[in-house]
Design a protein around this ligand. Structure first.
Ligand SMILES: N#Cc1c(-c2ccc3ccn(Cc4ccncc4)c3c2)n[nH]c1N
Length: 245
């Protein structure tokens, strides 16, 4: 998978050199390219923003540098196949979730446009639709100062689903949101800590009982913390485990 990120703060994305995503880049599983928008500004001061038409507070990102930056991405993209998917982080976007992460992990080429200030001139998104599939995406219903934090989260959530990035793909199966429920609690040694014991069932080695305990914990936690997920569940999910063991 190729990923391009365009930003005025390239150093913000340095965290993507670390850990699993960093290793995936070094192993050639992820071709991640971070581009500085200011390198595509044409004036001496490398200006990327200006005052908003119609007035109002703050500044808006100018269209010209974005046009030049995205044209450079498009020109270097693989000529064949689907148009790259241009993700534009925005408080006005569709909310990112695990289902979208799974969808994006299937794509060959993702491009992320990190806005700042009050956002990117809207004509950029309209113009980009010629060469990209354009999708405004929100990390959640709260306000950030720019798109970089959202891109860090999305690249990690998507990148870890790319085959080979996570050592043991089994670990992707039973995590939160993989089956619509929150994950079960986890424990490790010592069996007793601060007078608190690991649930006895986990020490016994009966795999069927362990599986039922974990399923019940998933349902209990989800009902307590995210009742909205329970309402959205496929009914078969609620009964699935009872049949399996
Ligand atoms: N994804 C995502 C986001 C953002 C976000 C993303 C890109 C930009 C670019 C500029 N801003 C600042 C701003 C602009 C307009 N209204 C409010 C704040 C951004 C915020 N905020 N909250 C999220 N969940």
């Amino acid at each position: 998978m190729r990923i391009d990120v365009v930003t005025i703060f390239p150093e913000y994305l340095a965290a993507l050199d670390l850990s699993l995503i960093g290793k995936a880049r070094r192993d050639g599983l992820l071709d991640l390219r971070v581009r500085d928008l200011r390198e595509h500004a044409t004036d001496r001061h490398r200006t990327v923003d200006d005052t908003p038409y119609g007035g109002g507070a703050g500044m808006v990102m100018k269209p010209e540098p974005w046009g030049a930056a995205l044209s450079a991405v498009s020109a270097s993209a693989a000529p064949s196949g689907r148009r790259p998917l241009l993700i534009v982080p925005s408080p006005a976007g569709a909310v990112f979730d695990q289902a979208m992460a799974r969808e994006l992990a299937e794509r060959e080429h993702l491009v992320f446009a990190c806005g700042r200030y009050e956002g990117i001139d809207e004509r950029v998104l309209e113009w980009a639709a010629e060469d990209f599939e354009v999708r405004p995406v929100s990390l959640g219903d709260y306000v950030l100062n720019g798109g970089e934090v959202a891109v860090l989260a999305m690249v990690e959530a998507v990148g870890r689903l790319v085959p080979g990035v996570v050592g043991n793909p089994e670990s992707l199966v039973e995590e939160s949101h993989s089956d619509g429920l929150l994950e079960y609690p986890v424990y490790t040694k010592p069996a007793s800590w601060q007078g608190r014991e690991v649930p006895e069932v986990l020490l016994g080695g009966n795999h069927g009982k362990v599986a039922r305990f974990r399923r019940n914990e998933q349902l209990r936690r989800t009902a307590a913390r995210r009742p909205d997920l329970i309402l959205a569940l496929d009914p078969s999910t609620l009964n699935r485990h009872d049949r399996d063991t």
